[in-house]
Design a protein around this ligand. Structure first.
Ligand SMILES: Cc1cc2nc3c(=O)[nH]c(=O)nc-3n(C[C@H](O)[C@H](O)[C@H](O)COP(=O)(O)OP(=O)(O)OC[C@H]3O[C@@H](n4cnc5c(N)ncnc54)[C@H](O)[C@@H]3O)c2cc1C
Length: 564
């Protein structure tokens, strides 16, 4: 049996992604490289630049040290009360306290600051800035912590009655502004922290399904399932903090989604509390009873209600896990190979193809000599016979196409570092860099064109900031694949927010113009809402608005998210 022991299992969901005092990931050699490539003074010793900028970039670690967020630009860190007083009326406060207990309506600075935004590059940058235009968003006026579905319903009833906006909050790892505490037309806003909904409700070994409460984090859910010999195997890079409810509300994809399915595809049943009532959806593994209403809640991003529990398909813990690296001639050659595997098999569970830029970046940061071509990772997890069979057949196909085997070692370094990106970003931002990612998906036919168009848009928008744009394919479908772009550039210290917004707009417009999706797995949130009509059309947006106005007549659920 294999386990998932190569990631940390924090007891506290808000625990730091980097353990305090952990060795820095960015070595002096890489800092020197950064200084040289991006022309940033002070990046060589890491000390000066990092110290100078530490005040303006509150990192994910500081967020954890604060109990989850450093939105108030350090005020909460000092213990001083610097947040504006909570405008929650005493009547609303009392009604919320009677719904969840007085101890679970928190108005202290630490709790409010911890729920003031998510984890995008802009969230991290804005945390430390002072101006109203690009500074930290106003924090929620209270953090409400229900213990069960009945309490969630009571909170939503109270919020509707007292005109208080409600932002469902799972792990707070949204990178699209999904948990920003926007008030909308209301006088107050609360974050609804779901961490107390943390139980494995039922495990049906016969049907291989598990019912998990929404607030369970990835590691906690896996630990509960592993104790019974099963796994969900949903591994987004944010796995250590993100929650079951968050996965469902954003239609998340994980590292094994090519083989095991994205999260929304694993959902058999779900329960959701809306201001209009509770929905219990999904009775059988297949149904023809009208449109599938589960799909209305999957990806609804808290705008319609609160997903309280999800029943997902699970698997026995795999006996074997095998991940291999291969070198292919080019991104185009690798793409053709992946298409063959996706369409004709054998289908890998893990498939990840880095383009030339991402391959070179990996090689350079590892201190190796640049090689030709692109890095392809493929992997299989399951029984010994299944893994051996698929690995052998895939190897024959790849060799025949001229790919060069790099062995399991090439994949091992990816595997050991696969949850480190947030820590890496925390170390790179203070050096004076833009570090952000964005993603899309498109058909096999259009993949190369979208890859080129989005790369060009990003490089054009950041032309004076030495942009480095890298990309990989990481989720395969029979008809197409996802493209995941990483951007590193010199930060415009005078206007970092405007700088990234312009780049993001250029990329989003290029994606929409190419007919690709505005988001393959990060969801819409506030950041992608301007492109939703491109994706589903005006009638589609009107339909979503009609659903919202039925389920949330007062409009208190997560204002400003999903719907433009
Ligand atoms: C470093 C990093 C790496 C990431 N990698 C991936 C990745 O590999 N794959 C991927 O898919 N995503 C990834 N993400 C994005 C993010 O982690 C996912 O969107 C994740 O599913 C969010 O889960 P969460 O519990 O943190 O939700 P939150 O961030 O708390 O919430 C996300 C949205 O869902 C709503 N919501 C949360 N819980 C509920 C609920 N129970 N009911 C209704 N609405 C709810 C919120 O209001 C918000 O709109 C990454 C993010 C970061 C910071």
């Amino acid at each position: 049996m294999v386990d998932f022991a190569d990631f940390t299992l924090p007891d506290d969901p808000a625990a730091a992604w980097a353990a305090p005092g952990a060795e820095p990931l960015v070595s002096p050699r890489v800092r020197a490289l950064i200084a040289q490539v991006f022309g940033i003074d002070g990046a060589i010793d890491g000390g000066d630049a990092a110290t100078k900028r530490a005040d303006v970039v509150a990192t994910g670690d500081e967020r954890a040290a604060n109990g989850g967020g450093a939105a108030a630009g350090g005020a909460a860190r000092d213990g001083a009360s610097a947040l504006p007083p909570s405008p929650l009326s005493s009547a609303a406060h009392a009604a919320l306290a009677s719904a969840v207990g007085a101890d679970h309506v928190r108005t202290d600075d630490a709790a409010r600051a911890a729920h003031a935004n998510g984890m995008s590059y802009l969230d991290l940058v804005r945390r430390g800035r002072a101006s109203a235009a690009d500074g930290p968003p106003a924090p929620p006026d209270a953090v409400v912590e229900p213990a069960d579905e009945r309490q969630v319903a009571a909170v939503l009833a109270t919020a509707s009655e007292h005109a208080v906006a409600v932002v469902p909050f799972g792990g707070g790892t949204s990178v699209v502004g999904g948990v920003a505490p926007e008030r909308g037309p209301f006088g107050a806003v609360v974050a609804l922290d779901l961490r107390r909904l943390d139980r494995l409700v039922e495990l049906d070994e016969v049907s291989r399904t598990a019912t998990l409460q929404a607030g369970l984090t990835g590691p906690r859910a896996e630990a509960l399932l592993a104790a019974r010999g099963f796994t969900l195997g949903h591994l987004p890079q944010s796995f250590e903090r993100a929650t079951i409810g968050g996965y469902a509300a954003t239609r998340s994809a994980g590292q094994l989604s090519t083989g095991w399915g994205r999260f929304d595809a694993l959902v058999e049943r779900l329960r959701a509390v809306t201001p209009a009532g509770t929905l219990s959806l999904g009775r059988a593994p297949g149904s023809a009873a009208g449109p599938d209403l589960r799909q209305l809640l999957l990806g609804s991003e808290g705008a319609f209600g609160v997903i309280t529990e999800v029943t997902v398909r699970i698997r026995p813990l795999p006996q074997v896990r095998r991940h291999e690296g291969w070198r292919v001639d080019s991104f185009a050659a690798g793409t053709a190979l992946l298409r063959r595997l996706a369409q004709d098999g054998p289908r890998p569970d893990l498939a990840r193809l880095s383009d030339e830029a991402e391959t070179a970046l990996g090689v350079a940061t590892a201190g190796e000599q640049a090689g030709e071509g692109c890095l392809l990772l493929v992997g299989w997890e399951g029984s010994e016979a299944d893994v051996a069979g698929r690995a052998l057949a895939t190897a024959a196909l790849l060799r025949e196409a001229g790919a060069v085997p790099l062995g399991e070692e090439a994949a091992a370094s990816w595997r050991s570092g696969r949850f480190r990106a947030p820590r890496l970003r925390d170390e790179l931002l203070p050096l004076g860099l833009v570090v952000e990612t964005l993603e899309t998906a498109t058909s096999w036919r259009d993949l190369e064109a979208v890859h080129a168009a989005v790369g060009e848009a990003l490089r054009g928008a950041l032309a004076d900031a030495t942009p480095l744009v890298a990309c990989h394919i990481s989720h395969l479908y029979a008809a197409g694949a996802s493209l995941y772009f990483s951007v590193i550039a010199r930060q415009d210290s005078a206007d970092p927010v405007g700088q990234w917004r312009a780049a993001k707009r250029a990329a989003g417009d290029a994606i929409a113009a190419a007919g690709a999706t505005i988001t393959h797995h990060h969801a819409v949130g506030a950041d992608h809402a301007p492109w939703l009509a491109d994706e589903v059309g005006e009638p589609g947006v009107a339909l979503l608005r009609a659903v919202k106005s039925h389920l949330d007549p007062a409009g208190v659920m997560n204002p400003g998210k999903l719907l433009p």
